[in-house]
Design a protein around this ligand. Structure first.
Ligand SMILES: [Zn+2]
Length: 246
């Protein structure tokens, strides 16, 4: 009798003691390569680091585990990022966006000339069809986009110029050959929080209360999409998806 109860308990044990999902949060760029420059000439890395810090904290408050990637800004290479994330359940790389140089306008900022844009703003989410788990990547990206929109954030439509839509309504686009998205064993998303070359959006992106709302929306989306297991998606080979572009 007791033996049967023990067997039964062991059989259900994995279901009741499932570990919290582990999210690898990657800070885009670094101290040496700061990424894009904002309309007020601030390096993108500083924006990325700030939002990633808020996201890591919010994820932990919700009971998810976090692996910090490049929080010191000193990582050596792009390929090192997914390598350090190995063993996590999901990879999210935090970035802030710019615009192609032919669209730039110029203004006087703090006594010197700086570049900016009026035509592009909003967030973007990127997935790669070459990722080993494109279905989970896309499902999480769409969830993130939907929850960001519900929190009042607006996706950029600008990416339609260069990228195929994966879920345009929720701001999700294909970017197949990004190293951090395809040279990995994990489902992965690259998040562009907004356009720091846009003078008004730059100020919004620096607002601590807004950053906290954005981190909250991202954490809600990740917790939601990672709470659903996707055995069908995981059993599909990456080669079953044809990138067919770029
Ligand atoms: Zn970037």
């Amino acid at each position: 009798m007791h033996f049967i109860i023990l067997l039964f308990s062991l059989a259900i044990l994995p279901a009741v003691t499932q570990a919290a999902p582990l999210v690898a949060v990657d800070v885009g760029h670094g101290i040496v390569d700061g990424g894009a420059r904002s309309a007020r000439d601030r390096p993108e890395y500083e924006f990325n680091r700030q939002l990633a810090g808020g996201l890591a904290q919010t994820l932990r408050e919700r009971g998810l585990a976090v692996r910090e990637i490049n929080f010191d800004g000193l990582i050596g290479s792009l390929a090192e990022r997914p390598r350090q994330a190995w063993g996590s359940d999901f990879f999210i790389s935090i970035h802030h966006d710019s615009i192609a140089s032919n669209w730039l306008k110029y203004w006087d900022w703090d006594g010197s000339e700086a570049s900016h844009t009026d035509v592009k703003r909003g967030f973007g989410l990127f997935v790669s069809a070459q990722n080993p788990d494109p279905a989970t990547s896309l499902r999480c990206a769409s969830t993130l986009g939907a929850i960001l929109r519900r929190a009042g954030f607006v996706p950029s439509t600008w990416h339609a110029r260069k990228h195929l839509a994966a879920d345009a309504e929720n701001g999700v686009w294909y970017y197949d050959n990004l190293v951090v998205l395809y040279r990995t064993t994990l489902p992965a998303v690259l998040f562009e929080a907004g356009v720091i070359k846009h003078r008004e959006e730059e100020l919004e992106l620096l607002d601590a209360e807004r950053q906290a709302r954005m981190a909250d929306a991202l954490a809600t989306g990740l917790a939601a999409c990672l709470s659903v297991s996707s055995p069908v998606a995981r059993s599909q080979p990456a080669s079953g998806r044809s990138p067919g572009r770029k």
